[in-house]
Design a protein around this ligand. Structure first.
Ligand SMILES: CCCC(=O)SCCNC(=O)CCNC(=O)[C@H](O)C(C)(C)COP(=O)(O)OP(=O)(O)OC[C@H]1O[C@@H](n2cnc3c(N)ncnc32)[C@H](O)[C@@H]1OP(=O)(O)O
Length: 302
């Protein structure tokens, strides 16, 4: 009996087995015409609840993105998806920025999609639109020329666990936990989490976490490479203290560098293209930060 998978393999083997041979063809995938983001944003901003806010500190060059829907454990509404998109778009034009900290208010990182919004968009086409909007925000956040950190306190559940993968680093409070519950909710990852998790922990661990939907403690996250460091908490609800600790952690890496240097280093790490790396590199070579360093006759022997 012919199956669509076999047909696909046959077709593939006639063309280019090396490149296409491992792709499985999903038989129930419909092709949606890509909706312009402006239309998706108009549709999604109507699903209200909570908000995402952006604060830029010009003194330390760090921006703070706060996920705030505290009564619903920071469940992410359609409006919050649009707010996040706005925040990231605004950051793209911040010339003197160095870092970004993404955190949840009220002692929870994010409990994933806000279920009121989820119920309103519970069809395949709207799912595709949500993924389009969230992929745009996540990839823009990831590619910002600043060092980004997710500060995870409390729980990061479902889409919340995906969201924390968008940043360069993850700091977790000792009692926090991550849980990819998408499969339990009958779906896959919609906020780029499958791709990003696989890149971070490898294909087998990603599959294990996504299929078992098990809790990952902060200690285990550190071992798996999902977390980069743990922060002590006196009180998990004390947002300010946790944000301060994340700021200190980030400052150890960026405070002593000029924003142009931080932006160059981040740019060349994420561009994955040598021509682009040469172009970015040349923006600081011969610049003031280099001249100053040369004039100081710095020795690196201690
Ligand atoms: C591509 C994205 C796909 C996804 O994100 S799928 C995952 C969707 N998220 C969920 O299913 C989370 C469901 N919620 C939970 O498991 C628990 O509420 C959670 C987050 C572990 C927190 O547990 P607790 O600390 O015991 O708090 P609780 O259950 O009493 O919650 C307090 C109030 O918040 C509500 N809440 C939590 N997460 C929510 C969400 N995502 N959407 C809508 N409402 C949510 C919860 O129902 C409760 O509301 P209420 O006070 O009873 O009115």
């Amino acid at each position: 009996m012919a199956c669509s998978g076999c047909a696909a393999l046959k077709l593939v083997s006639n063309r280019n087995l090396k490149v296409l041979g491992s792709r499985y063809v999903y038989t129930n995938v419909k092709k949606y015409a890509a909706s312009p983001l402006t239309e998706i944003r108009e549709q999604f901003r109507k699903f209200v609840g909570g908000g995402v806010s952006l604060r830029k500190n010009e003194d330390n060059g760090i921006a703070y993105i706060a996920i705030d829907h505290v009564k619903k454990k920071n469940g992410f509404s359609g409006k919050m998806m649009v707010d996040l998109n706005d925040a990231v778009l605004e950051l793209e034009s911040w010339k003197t920025g160095k870092g970004v900290i993404l955190y949840g208010a009220g002692g929870t990182f994010c409990s994933g999609g806000y279920l009121d919004t989820v119920r309103n968009i519970c069809n395949s086409e709207d799912g595709y639109k949500m993924a389009t909007l969230m992929h745009d925000s996540v990839m823009r956040l990831r590619n910002l020329p600043f060092v980004s950190v997710s500060l995870v306190t409390g729980k990061a559940i479902g889409g919340g666990a995906e969201l924390m993968l968008a940043t360069d680093f993850r700091l977790m409070s000792y009692s926090s936990e991550i849980r990819f519950v998408e499969a339990r909710m009958g779906v896959g990852t919609g906020w780029a989490g499958g791709t990003l998790l696989q890149q971070l922990v490898g294909h087998r661990t990603a599959l294990d976490l996504l299929l078992t939907c098990r809790k990952v403690s902060a200690d285990e996250a550190l071992v798996l490479g999902l977390a980069d460091d743990l922060i002590e908490e006196k009180d998990d609800d004390d947002d300010e203290a946790a944000v301060m600790k994340a700021t200190e952690w980030l400052n150890e890496r960026i405070a002593s560098h000029h924003h142009s240097v931080v932006q160059t280093i981040k740019g060349i790490v994420v561009c994955n293209d040598l021509e682009e790396e040469r172009r970015i590199f040349s923006t600081t070579w011969g610049g003031k930060a280099q001249q100053d360093a040369l004039n100081k006759n710095i020795k690196h022997n201690n």
